[in-house]
Ligand binder design. Structure first.
Ligand SMILES: *[C@@H]1O[C@H](CO)[C@@H](O)[C@H](O)[C@H]1NC(C)=O
Ligand SMILES: *[C@@H]1O[C@H](CO)[C@@H](O)[C@H](O)[C@H]1NC(C)=O
Ligand SMILES: *[C@@H]1O[C@H](CO)[C@@H](O)[C@H](O)[C@H]1NC(C)=O
Ligand SMILES: *[C@@H]1O[C@H](CO)[C@@H](O)[C@H](O)[C@H]1NC(C)=O
Ligand SMILES: *[C@@H]1O[C@H](CO)[C@@H](O)[C@H](O)[C@H]1NC(C)=O
Length: 253
């Protein structure tokens, strides 16, 4: 089921281009070249980074069962060292990569192979609880804190989340059930949240079954979202597509 973008339109400097655009991509070169840390030619992905690594280099296991939370964070912590030396790219190979939330870094590209799926953990202990956003004062589902988003970035510059139509699956059904039964202590996580950041591109991915909103750029500028397919059952609660927010914005509206 195709989802329309969120009810809110562009705020501030946020630019949304070609939401739900269908793009044809027959270019598989990028994924084949990722062999050595610094030899990945990602110019085809619209961004050029000097260093690249695969999640598998950091102990990642794409079996759909093993948690990769530590592997993602170890990989990104390592690649963040290259921010001032040409930037970096983390390649997610074919497979099902179960993970809790992880944090992005600056001058960084997260690149999903077309047969890669990032599977969101349904274990609440894999999700840190963070404060509500200052302009909101509370979480959407509950007073007080909220679970951090699956792919989270704050205070960043130059971040790309992309892939050859690889998938991010929020496995939201357990969160939707708890929401309907009033069993949630905190607000449900979003799939992607980027705040206080400049120069963000989110493209060429399929996002599905988010626990709540899919893409939430907030207090950010120069954000481009394009070539994204968003899927969720019509009955799933609050699985809005793209909800940009800004100062004075209030998500409980
Ligand atoms: C990406 O994958 C989704 C889900 O399979 C599909 O609906 C969509 O058409 C694909 N987009 C492109 C550009 O191939
Ligand atoms: C997204 O896909 C389009 C069409 O294949 C391609 O031209 C563009 O470079 C891709 N962007 C990224 C960031 O991979
Ligand atoms: C980061 O990865 C590179 C390549 O594997 C390695 O040489 C380096 O030691 C790692 N750095 C850290 C801090 O783990
Ligand atoms: C990610 O960032 C948030 C907000 O800054 C922080 O609360 C959380 O501890 C960070 N997670 C990790 C694994 O560093
Ligand atoms: C991020 O930026 C905001 C706004 O400038 C600032 O209030 C906050 O302290 C910054 N957080 C971090 C972790 O740097």
């Amino acid at each position: 089921m195709w989802r329309t973008p969120g009810r809110k339109q562009a705020f501030g400097n946020i630019v949304l281009l070609g939401i739900l655009m269908v793009l044809i991509n027959t270019n598989d070169v990028a994924s084949r070249k990722v062999r050595v840390l610094d030899s990945f030619d990602d110019s085809a992905a619209g961004c050029s980074r000097k260093y690249s690594a695969s999640l598998a280099d950091f102990g990642g296991v794409g079996d759909g069962v093993t948690s990769n939370t530590k592997a993602f964070q170890a990989a990104i912590d390592n690649l963040s060292l290259y921010a001032s030396y040409g930037g970096s790219l983390l390649f997610v190979p074919p497979g099902k990569w179960l993970t809790g939330s992880f944090n992005l870094t600056s001058h960084f590209t997260l690149y999903l192979h077309k047969d890669a799926t990032i599977l969101a953990s349904q274990d609440e202990s894999e999700w840190a609880v963070i404060d509500p956003l200052p302009s909101y004062g509370r979480g959407r589902d509950a007073d007080g804190g909220r679970y951090i988003s699956l792919i989270f970035g704050t205070n960043l510059t130059d971040v790309v989340i992309t892939g050859d139509n690889g998938t991010v699956d929020g496995q939201g059904v357990t969160w939707w059930d708890k929401f309907h039964k009033g069993e949630l202590k905190y607000t449900r996580p979003y799939l992607i949240e980027i705040r206080y950041s400049q120069g963000v591109q989110i493209s060429n991915l399929t996002l599905m079954n988010s626990p709540s909103w899919n893409v939430h750029p907030v207090y950010s500028s120069n954000v481009v979202v394009q070539g994204i397919t968003i899927l969720a059952p019509v009955t799933s609660p609050n699985t809005d597509g793209i909800n940009p927010g800004g100062k004075g914005d209030d998500e409980s509206r």
